[in-house]
Design a protein. Structure first.
Length: 81
């Protein structure tokens, strides 16, 4: 089992499953968003010995927004259904 503070490895098998299974894709995105937000919160709180630059935090926030958009888009009903 992976640590709650690490991103799940993205293998070809994981990508293939995410393409086939919308629920798995949403779960994978949500887990990684949670890890990213936890990391950003820790950095913001100054709990890290190596302080992240403002650019790194901005990049993390932009990635978090993009992940949230992907999760929302995946939750919408498919037009082809």
């Amino acid at each position: 089992m992976r640590s709650p503070n690490t991103f799940a490895p993205v293998t070809d098998a994981v990508l293939a499953r995410a393409r086939r299974e919308p629920d798995f894709r949403r779960q994978l995105l949500a887990q990684n968003l949670d890890v990213l937000l936890t990391t950003l919160q820790r950095l913001r709180g100054g709990g890290s010995s190596s302080r992240a630059s403002a650019d790194e935090v901005r990049e993390g926030v932009a990635l978090a927004v993009r992940l949230a958009e992907l999760i929302q888009a995946a939750a919408l009903p498919s037009r082809g259904s």
